[in-house]
Design a protein around this ligand. Structure first.
Ligand code: C5P
Length: 400
């Protein structure tokens, strides 16, 4: 029996060309034993037919709030109560906006307002529409209300544009839903602080020194802990990522700022994970005014930043279980082992960045070392890797 056996899923489809992919998603869910009832917005019915969806889902398709026949079969409130999960794929910009303001002007929006089931959105739209501040605002506000996002992906779009806004593939959405039903809230009571992303070291009011860290790994770890019920504080440098569901996020810019917040947080948490790519040096004298172009050369004097994870590792009191990362281009194990000892860590997660693939990539692999042992996690998506890493961290934390 799969985790999806007999799970009652409402599949909402809104108007978008990606709706054709939802047919495959419904097929995957049905194959895994889930019961699927499909709800179409009027615009969605222009892209996929109720007949196809009815045949694939094995259930009647609901389309209208004011259809007496449909309401007789299963009314919108009944459908909202029936659902153990609501997934909207594709979720258009229009639907996301309506959901955010609490409209109830079609069956799907009404159902979302009337259900207490978790709601997942798989956005699909033109990259410019997705990037608009109003869309981003709507998405963030929905996430703060507990609605979960799957994707979108980046790539070529039906309109010919290239960018972020493609709906996630059916298999990815299926995996996220499977994950939702598989996760147990076994980490309630555990407090975790995580640093993520790059830092920005100011040169003058308009310039800074930074690095290519995307923050994806740290955010994925935060999400994996939060899904299992842990209380997560995510201390993030400047990144372009949505805050994971039920994670408290504190934004910082410089290494010094991150150091201050991280040390305050570390002593209040059971586990501290340093995933951030902290700048090792900062500019000694930050210019108060924009530096003017003058000679052919210029020199910046840099001074060392505090090593956050090392300071946490060396705490004399209230020291959390401390995990560091090491991105190495050579002698990965040797350098990682050296950092484990020198920074007084309980675990170090090493990745080989010699091929330049890790920063910003969707996939990664890790080698884990702790004082008495090691393990390796094979290359997979950062989301999956984070789930496996959290298992290992919890295992070591409990063993200690
Ligand atoms: O020494 P290195 O920078 O390679 O060590 C990487 C690990 O140390 C990462 O866990 C990183 O988050 C952490 N670090 C830190 N503060 C610094 C530099 C690195 O917490 N100033």
């Amino acid at each position: 029996m799969t985790t999806l056996q007999n799970k009652r899923i409402v599949m909402g489809i809104t108007g978008g060309i990606a709706a054709y992919k939802t047919i495959e998603l419904i097929r995957l869910l049905r194959k895994a034993g889930a019961e699927v009832r499909t709800v179409l917005t009027p615009a969605a019915a222009e892209f996929v037919t109720p007949l196809t969806l009815q045949a694939i889902s094995g259930n009647p398709v609901s389309q209208s709030l004011l259809d007496p026949q449909a309401e007789l079969a299963m009314g919108h409130i009944e459908l909202a109560k029936w659902a153990e999960l609501v997934v909207i794929a594709p979720a258009s910009a229009d639907f996301i906006a309506r959901l955010n303001v609490g409209m109830a002007n079609d069956l799907l929006a009404t159902l979302c307002l009337a259900t207490s089931a978790p709601i997942f959105l798989a956005p699909a739209m033109n990259q410019q529409m997705y990037a608009q501040s109003v869309t981003q605002h709507n998405i963030q506000s929905l996430q703060q209300r507990g609605i979960q996002l799957i994707g979108p992906n980046s790539g070529e779009q039906a309109c010919g544009d290239v960018g972020l806004g493609r709906m996630s593939e059916p298999q990815e959405i299926f995996s996220a839903l499977l994950q939702h039903f598989s996760v147990t809230q076994d980490l309630v009571g555990l407090n975790v602080a995580i640093t993520a992303g790059p830092t920005q070291e100011a040169i003058d009011p308009v310039r800074y020194i930074s690095n290519h860290s995307s923050g994806k790994m740290g955010f994925a770890i935060a999400a994996a802990f939060a899904q299992r019920g842990a209380k997560v504080t995510l201390i993030s440098g400047p990144v372009n990522l949505a805050t994971p569901h039920q994670v408290t996020r504190i934004d910082v810019l410089s290494a010094q700022e991150m150091w201050q917040i991280a040390l305050e947080s570390a002593v209040k948490n059971h586990i501290f994970i340093a995933c951030a790519a902290v700048a090792d040096y900062r500019v000694a004298e930050v210019a108060a005014q924009k530096i003017k172009k003058s000679g052919d050369e210029m020199q910046l004097r840099l001074v060392k930043n505090p090593d956050i994870v090392s300071d946490v590792g060396h705490l004399a009191e209230n020291r959390p279980f401390t995990v560091g990362f090491a991105a190495e281009t050579q002698q990965v194990e040797q350098y990682a082992q050296d950092k484990l000892a020198r920074k007084k860590l309980d675990m170090i997660c090493a990745n080989d960045v010699s091929n330049g693939q890790v920063f910003g990539a969707e996939q990664n692999a890790l080698m884990l070392f702790w004082p008495q042992g090691s393990a390796s996690l094979a290359k997979t998506t950062k989301t999956q890797l984070a789930i496996q890493l959290v298992n290992k961290i919890v295992e070591r934390y409990k063993a200690k």
